[in-house]
Design a protein around this ligand. Structure first.
Ligand code: ATP
Length: 135
């Protein structure tokens, strides 16, 4: 078994989709090991998004992530890192596949690629690093 960090981003919480997203995660059979509602500081987000520092979308991304509460989840399961990313769909909800969280629930509008509902760690190294930041 493996662990990953999942975030329901501020757009997901604000739109009342936390329960729907959790239901999809649970239906897949993954285990909620820990869950908390967080209002992330700039410091926490700078650590989380360190690899994106300097990119044009970095500042707007931090502002967006500070715009409201985030639900942080420590999630466990067989190959959950890859599995959750598959469940989430590709980064931009505009073209994410139907059947995925982003494809089914993400809105097709200008900021879709930023406001894409969820985050999931992309490797075992990222998962360990990110879980230590959020929990
Ligand atoms: P995540 O790591 O959040 O699961 P990802 O791995 O699909 O998403 P990354 O490329 O790591 O995407 O980007 C991290 C986050 O930055 C994205 O989830 C999105 O919110 C935002 N982002 C990425 N690319 C853009 C962009 N071109 N414009 C605006 N925001 C972006």
């Amino acid at each position: 078994t493996e662990e990953t960090l999942v975030l329901v981003k501020p757009d997901g919480v604000a739109r009342g989709l936390t329960g729907t997203i959790l239901a999809r995660i649970e239906a897949k059979g993954y285990s909620l090991v820990d869950i908390r509602l967080v209002e992330p500081s700039r410091d926490l987000l700078a650590q989380h998004y360190a690899e994106h520092e300097g990119k044009p979308f970095y500042e707007p991304l931090l502002e967006f992530m500070m715009s409201g509460p985030v639900v942080a989840i420590r999630l466990a399961g067989n190959r959950v890192i890859e599995g959750f990313r598959s469940l989430a769909g590709t980064t931009d909800p505009t073209t994410a596949a139907p059947g995925t969280i982003r494809g089914d629930l993400g809105r097709d509008w200008g900021l879709a690629v930023q406001q894409n509902l969820v985050h999931g760690s992309d490797s075992p190294e990222s998962a360990a690093r990110e879980l230590a930041i959020w929990f």
